[in-house]
Structure formats: structure tokens, C-alpha cells
Design a protein around this ligand. Structure first.
Ligand code: GRF
Length: 290
């Protein structure tokens, strides 16, 4: 329930309940205080009374909500919420663009050449930031890259990923908007897909729906393309659902397969395509999501 609101505000169910309570109690408190003040001023209930009352309510409401958000543990949320409203109506300072940036978590298991390109692309981006690099392999090259770039890393452990909470709390803490799989070899668990449906993006080194599915990764894909005598291969950038390489394809680009191609030569041609397009499609996807 209220899933679009949860996504928009980047909160979980419990937090959303507390936020709604804060709004409700804040409204009642505002009405109560407003009436008390009106009584003190002993004004009659005419049009002037109504105008003053509306004015008072407008002033008291943010204060009441902010005040109540403290015991309800939602102060941070409401501070941001109210300053956003104020800046929208031209009052107060504009919200900190750094806080408003869209957040990406990159999941990768290997070298991370795609991860590097994505990091390069978004390094000084005005509205998108890479907040986490996740790997299932403690020695993965992508982790060294993250350290060099000063991006927090997370090494995930099989049992918690597949049978536990799928590291959702970590994603929520960092307000992750989009999960990017850049050579991530584990199947994404249903819990993560459900929470981030439409917000997990993968790159596959072939033209889906061909040469996809379980076991079709890395050199296996190119080997299969060569064995099938294909004259063309390419890349597919797609959304992730519960089934391997099955989600909506957002983008494809093609390249020729030559008669004398080896797995290595095809791999490097495909990598070139990936490096050219992946970050741009990620950016487009996030910007469409505003
Ligand atoms: C890429 O070819 C991508 O299509 C696949 O895994 C590979 C990762 O390569 N999903 P790298 O680690 O980014 O160099």
C-alpha cells in the first residue's frame, strides 16, 4: 500500500506510518492552537476572522509538524520536506542539490570496466551520484576502484542476500534510487526486485532474447554467439525482473561478428559498445524518473 509514496519519499512502511501520524497530529494541534489564539484575540467569526485564521494556520502548521516530528523520530524527513515547500514557493533557501541527487548503487562481481565508465560519467554530475559499490567477491577489482574513488563499498554474503533481507536496509539508508548491475553474477533475489521493480538495470553482452538466461554470462555468451555462426551481436540494456535476462529491454546496439573473430576479439568489441552506451542509458533512465 502507498508504494508510490514510499518510493517518492524514499521511506519504508514504518516510517511512512509515522509520517502520516505526524501530519495528522500536526493538523489537529494546529487547529487547536489556532482556535486558542483566535479566542485570545477575541475576534468575531467573519471574513476577517477567516483570513486571520488561515494565516495563523499556515504559520503554525509547519511548526506543529516539526515539533511533533521530533518525538516521532521523523525530524530529518520533515525538515527536508518543509524546506522543499518553502523553496518551491520562493521562501527560504533552495534545498541542497547534493541531498536531492539521485542515488545509484553499482553491483559488480569482476574487473568493473563498466563500473569505471559509469563512475567517470557521473563524477561531477549535477543531479546523479554513485553512493555505493556492491560486490559478492571480496577481491573484486571493482572494490579497489571504489576505494580509489572514495565511494563506499559493501561486500555481500550469500545467505543474507538470498535468504535474509537482501541488504535492503543498506539500500534504504543510502536512499538508493537505481541499482545498476555491471557484471554482477548472482541472480537478484525477489525481495530486492520487488522493492526496486523498474529500478534495477542490467547490461547483457548479446542481443536479448537470444543468448540470455542462466549460465549465459561473460565468455559463455560470446562462445555461444560464435558457435551459432552469427554475423551480428551486440548489447542489451534492460530492466531486471525475477527471471534471468527477461525484463523490459531499454536499449540495444549492434556490432558485426567477423569470420575470424575469437572470444577475446568479440569481447573487446562488445565492451566498446558497453562503454559507449551504458552510462548514457542509465542517465536517461534516471532523468525520466524525476
Ligand atoms: C560485461 O560484458 C557485461 O555485459 C556483463 O558482464 C561484463 C562485465 O564486464 N554483464 P566488466 O567487469 O564491466 O569489465
Amino acid at each position: 500500500m502507498f508504494s508510490s509514496l514510499k518510493k517518492k519519499w524514499k521511506v519504508n512502511e514504518w516510517q511512512l506510518t509515522l509520517i502520516i501520524c505526524t501530519f495528522a497530529f500536526g493538523g489537529s494541534l494546529t487547529g487547536y492552537v489556532g482556535k486558542k489564539i483566535m479566542n485570545l484575540l477575541s475576534l468575531q467569526a467573519d471574513w476577517l476572522w477567516t483570513l486571520i485564521y488561515i494565516f495563523l494556520i499556515t504559520l503554525i502548521w509547519p511548526m506543529a509538524v516539526i515539533l511533533l516530528s521530533i518525538p516521532l523520530g521523523q525530524f530529518k524527513f520533515f525538515k527536508k520536506y518543509i524546506s522543499k515547500i518553502l523553496s518551491r514557493i520562493g521562501l527560504g533557501t533552495p534545498s541542497n542539490p547534493k541531498l536531492d541527487k539521485k542515488h545509484i548503487a553499482i553491483f559488480a562481481s569482476g574487473v568493473g570496466s563498466n563500473a569505471q565508465k559509469i563512475i567517470d560519467h557521473f563524477r561531477n554530475h549535477s543531479s546523479i551520484r554513485i553512493v555505493l559499490i556492491v560486490s559478492n567477491k571480496p577481491g573484486a577489482g571493482v572494490l579497489d576502484m571504489a576505494v580509489k574513488e572514495g565511494i563506499p563499498t559493501l561486500i555481500i554474503e550469500k545467505q543474507r542476500f538470498f535468504e535474509g533481507d537482501a541488504y535492503l536496509p543498506e539500500m534504504e539508508d543510502l536512499s538508493v534510487d537505481l541499482i545498476v548491475l555491471a557484471g554482477f553474477l548472482w541472480h537478484v533475489p525477489a525481495a530486492l526486485v520487488q522493492k526496486y521493480r523498474g529500478h534495477i538495470i542490467n547490461i547483457h553482452p548479446a542481443l536479448l532474447p537470444d543468448f540470455g538466461g542462466k549460465g549465459m554470462y561473460g565468455h559463455h555468451v560470446h562462445e555461444a554467439v560464435l558457435a551459432a555462426g552469427k554475423k551480428e551481436s551486440g548489447i542489451s540494456i534492460h530492466l531486471v525482473d525475477e527471471v534471468y535476462d527477461n525484463g523490459l529491454v531499454l536499449f540495444q546496439a549492434t556490432c558485426p561478428v567477423h569470420d575470424n573473430d575469437t572470444i577475446e576479439s568479440l569481447t573487446s568489441r562488445i565492451h566498446e559498445l558497453e562503454h559507449t552506451h551504458f552510462a548514457k542509458i542509465i542517465e536517461k533512465q534516471l532523468m525520466n524518473d524525476q
